[in-house]
Design a protein around this ligand. Sequence first.
Ligand SMILES: [Zn+2]
Length: 307
Amino acid sequence: MFAADLGGTHLRAAAVDGAGNIRCRLKQNTPDTEKPEGIVQALVKAVRDCEAQSPGNISAVSVAVPGTVNVEAGIVVKAPNVPGLDGFPLAAALSGELKKPALLENDANAAAVGEMWQGAARDCSAIVCVTLGTGVGGGIILDGKLWRGADGSAGEIGHMSVDPFGGVACPCGSFGCLEIFAAATAIVRMTREAQPQYPNSVLNKSENLTSEQVYCAGIQGDQLALDVFHRMGAYLGIGLANLINILNPEMIVIGGGVANGWDLFAGPMLEQVSARAFPLPAKRVRIVRAACGDDAGLLGAARLALQ
Ligand SMILES: [Zn+2]
């Protein structure tokens, strides 16, 4: 099986066998995202390179896309970070070039499937997977099956409203979304906003602030960084409490780069969960870190093609 995880910055691809072993692995910059042809050619080349390195392993092609996908039609509906693909029939373009079946899936949905197949949620059938990256993605699996909703747009956990007075507008057009408080960009924004109240913070010296720098300052005890991650954890916990009350999942898996700040945000997150969620589902749910790392989307895409 050939699986690709198409991001706004990187295109990652792999040949994955039926047992979930990654046979070969490729990573490159995502080509010019304004034109679908460049992306199709990059994917076709990646498939041919994987085929050369791992012959006989590629019977179908499966691509995780950062946006809303019409899975049945194989069309990218809207991908804000890869705008050239909006409305583009990517599956048909790939299967036309490669003479193999091709399918698409939303990247956060694919990550949830990957974590259930090979990661933290192996023994579960009702899970929510939250990916804390540049934005906040979500995937919901119920009774062992991905919940895509009526239009394929389900699972947008990052756009759950958690603050009616959030003030900051979300890229989705709403405001007070979880993404405004829990994404990597949110960590940086909240740090910048709070800086005037923390004249002694080590973070005041850095010009091109990143969420990793805020994390590093936090583990060294910087109060600004600690307060930012505390706030982020509280909002995340409010969102998780809502999910727990609605879905009664066995497990919530938290992945993405910002999940590396777990030690700084898990306490306030769990505090909000126990303050807000019903006791029965709150006691049942295991809230854990993702186990597949950057491979979750690739593995999930492969799994969906195998099914
Ligand atoms: Zn939003």
